[in-house]
Design a protein around this ligand. Structure first.
Ligand SMILES: Cc1cc2nc3c(=O)[nH]c(=O)nc-3n(C[C@H](O)[C@H](O)[C@H](O)COP(=O)(O)OP(=O)(O)OC[C@H]3O[C@@H](n4cnc5c(N)ncnc54)[C@H](O)[C@@H]3O)c2cc1C
Length: 366
């Protein structure tokens, strides 16, 4: 057993998951508690920069941040958590991390991410080569990831023949029909061939596939393809744990208004992994990390009554970028598209802002 407490009598906080939520809370608590951050990767990836990195690999230099750059006063374990008990996290490398407080921030499941930042940078270079080398590209999935990827490729490589296949009746079903319509019209204007209410059987698809049959029997030829369908939340590792009864039917951890797992005094769940009803966004993950950090500190200093309730962001607010110069924004009072929302989101995709929140320079690398 690893009862590491830093030897300084501080409370022990185990953070499982080094995505946006886990890294933000680890940074906030690192000088207040003895924090152990457990993540299978040595780095944080800012996911909303990933699609730009596919068309411009050097963009990833700023979106892939070694945990050691912002998390300077704690312990990092580079291995996935596999189970938890009342007081310990069990890690795949065999270590048992003892905690007084636990934060679960495992977000969505990303099966193919490599361990090191260098490997991930190479992955972007090879994806970029695939795109450059293809005359025709198929994108499967018309949610935010598929639409944004089509936007990035259509902007950077206007000569590619892009087909986007989506199973639903409209693109971007997580937001309103006006936004879907604007996205569709923009993609068509860029000669993207959008096929709605059709599916591609992913069981028939492998890396080298160049001919795809849709559910309507259409044959689509493409030199390369990208699967942009939704990913499940990363809670499989909790299915047999002491928190199994706290998972809802989607595999999300149910939390109270203070972001504590229901029925648990010392366990928080933040970011995409919890059941807070808002569109799951990096901005929400950051705000949740801030509130949970404050609440944990209040419990530690015996001021539980001063804990803050988390106020969800309206699920109607969303922005989808369409390459570097265009975007669609939906607010509760209006939906707009064009260069104004692009000015807010598409130029930098909130990467500089996220780096600043981590105490790093928005543009310069360390
Ligand atoms: C392509 C794409 C585009 C997006 N665009 C935007 C956008 O424009 N604006 C916006 O605000 N949001 C956007 N989002 C959503 C945003 O990225 C997420 O809401 C945010 O990343 C959630 O953060 P998180 O920390 O909860 O989860 P994640 O970022 O998914 O991080 C989870 C972390 O947990 C780790 N993990 C998983 N399982 C284990 C385990 N068993 N043990 C230890 N660690 C584990 C993972 O390695 C990962 O580091 C986008 C997402 C994607 C994928």
């Amino acid at each position: 057993m690893d009862a590491h407490d830093g030897g300084c009598g501080l409370r022990r906080v185990a953070v499982v998951g080094g995505g946006i939520a886990g890294s933000m809370i680890s940074k906030s608590l690192q000088f207040f508690a003895h924090v152990t951050l457990i993540d299978p990767k040595e780095y944080l990836e800012i996911p909303y920069g990933s699609l730009r990195s596919m068309v411009e690999p050097c963009f990833a230099e700023r979106t892939l941040i070694n945990h050691s750059h912002y998390f300077t006063n704690g312990r990092l374990i580079t291995s996935p958590a596999v189970d938890i008990t009342e007081s310990q996290v069990l890690v795949a490398d065999g270590r048992h991390v003892v905690f007084d407080f636990l934060v679960v921030a495992t977000g969505h499941h990303h099966p193919t991410l490599p361990t090191t930042r260098t490997q991930r940078l190479h992955q972007y270079t090879s994806e970029n080569e695939r795109i450059r080398g293809a005359k025709s590209i198929l994108i499967i999935g018309g949610g935010p990831t598929g639409v944004e990827l089509a936007g990035e490729i259509a902007t950077e490589f206007p000569d590619k023949a892009i087909t986007l296949v989506h199973d639903g009746p409209r693109l971007l079903e997580f937001i309103g029909p006006k936004a879907s319509d604007k996205a569709l019209r923009w993609l068509i204007s860029k000669r993207v061939n959008v096929k709605l209410e059709q599916t591609i059987d992913l069981n028939d698809v492998s890396d080298g596939t160049t001919s795809f049959q849709s559910s309507k029997g259409e044959i689509i030829r493409a030199d390369c393809h990208f699967v942009c369908t939704g990913k499940p939340v990363a809670s499989a590792w909790l299915q047999k744990s002491i928190l199994k009864s706290c998972l809802d039917s989607h595999g999300r951890l149910m939390v109270d208004g203070y972001l504590r797992v229901k029925g648990r005094h010392n366990v928080f769940a933040i970011g995409d992994i919890n059941d807070i009803r808002e569109s799951k966004q990096g901005e929400c993950a950051k705000r949740q990390a801030k509130v949970a950090a404050k609440n944990m500190k209040m419990i530690m200093v015996g001021k539980e009554s001063k804990m803050e309730s988390y106020v969800p962001i309206s699920p109607t607010t969303a922005m989808v970028s369409l390459g570097r110069k265009q975007a669609i924004a939906q607010f509760s009072f209006t939906t707009m598209s064009g260069i104004l929302p692009a000015f807010i989101k598409s130029r930098d995709l909130f990467v500089g802002k996220t780096r600043k929140h981590l105490g790093l320079h928005p543009t310069l690398l360390d």
